[in-house]
Design a protein around this ligand. Structure first.
Ligand SMILES: CC(C)(COP(=O)(O)OP(=O)(O)OC[C@H]1O[C@@H](n2cnc3c(N)ncnc32)[C@H](O)[C@@H]1OP(=O)(O)O)[C@@H](O)C(=O)NCCC(=O)NCCS
Length: 295
């Protein structure tokens, strides 16, 4: 780096200010977003909701009054904050702006009573990984995403929607090694949510929890989400043989509901990854989930 460029970067870096987002930031943020992921960034779709949400925080970074970065945090439970949507203008990258946005969001979450903050990023997003490493945000798990577009016409036997009381299933789930491997979370593809008895009840009432049973006891369990024409298996617990029944069930539902694909998220070291690849799923991405304690 030339001395002139280095001093211009230092000047920019010194002028960074962080504040709560305002409606007038929208055009600058959309301009930044246009150049991210070839224009396929989801931020334009969520900006208005994020700005209006009183239980969340939308923060921007400015340099000489110009909006050059943005990031969002919300509380998933009273104790767990989820951070997302960090974007920095391409001419202002490498100045630690993402770190400053992140710090402001962690302070907001702490003030609101959160004890941990979490976020995710793709394993190929080197700038994001570097920024998180620099600010000391530890990775707690790496998840493998697997997809298939192969539907199935025949409904597999033995899989049912969990309908009875959530408590016995919850007791079984909590002692399952898969629960610990998933850090008590389930996913819709990019966001990881806390899996609690309350969420399990809600998901069961929405018929999003499937089980297999042996001797009237649960022997495996999966959480299914059906959004944006994709069926996502965002949590799995149990024995391999039973779990493969869920993948067939999802392929059947994909065919019946005319969805585009089935997506599964598993801790990347799980032996189930190999089992799913052998049954026709393709590995499509690795996602890192981070967690930082706030107390
Ligand atoms: C990821 C991102 C938010 C990081 O923001 P940032 O303020 O530049 O973060 P940092 O200043 O800490 O730089 C992080 C790393 O980015 C890389 N970087 C540095 N300058 C860069 C530039 N001009 N362009 C691209 N990447 C650059 C470097 O690897 C740097 O690490 P280093 O300083 O140790 O060399 C930003 O790159 C961005 O907006 N990317 C597109 C959106 C995105 O991927 N968001 C994260 C989604 S999970």
């Amino acid at each position: 780096m030339t001395p002139a460029r280095d001093s211009s970067r230092k000047q920019k870096s010194a002028q960074v200010k962080i504040r709560k987002a305002k409606p007038s930031d929208k055009s600058s943020v959309l301009e930044i977003s246009k150049k991210i992921w070839s224009g396929h960034d989801y931020l334009p779709q969520v900006w208005d909701d994020w700005l209006a949400d009183k239980n969340a925080r939308l923060t921007v970074a400015t340099v000489n009054g110009k909006t050059v970065g943005v990031a969002h945090a919300s509380l998933q439970t009273p104790y767990v904050a989820w951070l997302e949507g960090v974007r920095v203008h391409e001419q202002y990258r490498g100045l630690g702006i993402a770190g400053k946005l992140n710090k402001a969001l962690l302070e907001w979450a702490r003030r609101r009573g959160a004890r941990v903050a979490r976020l995710s990023t793709g394993s190929r997003n080197h700038a994001s990984r570097k920024h998180l490493q620099k600010i000391g945000f530890p990775v707690i798990q790496t998840f493998q995403r697997l997809d298939t577009t192969r539907g199935l016409r025949v409904r597999p036997a033995g899989v049912t929607a969990a309908r009875r009381s959530a408590k016995p299933l919850w007791s079984w789930l909590r002692q399952s090694p898969n629960f610990a491997e998933n850090h008590a979370m389930y996913s819709d593809g990019w966001t990881w949510y806390p899996l609690t008895l309350q969420t399990l009840r809600k998901l069961m009432s929405q018929r999003r929890v499937f089980i297999t049973s042996k001797n009237r006891q649960p022997s495996s369990c999966c959480i299914l989400l059906d959004e944006d024409r994709i069926l996502t298996m965002g949590f799995l617990a149990g024995e391999q043989g039973d779990i493969l029944k869920f993948s067939r069930m999802l392929r059947f539902l994909m065919h019946r509901r005319k969805r585009e694909k089935v997506r599964v998220l598993l801790p990347s070291r799980s032996p189930l990854v190999r089992a799913l690849v052998c049954s026709g799923f393709e590995k499509t991405a690795k996602i890192l989930v981070y967690e930082k304690f706030l107390v």
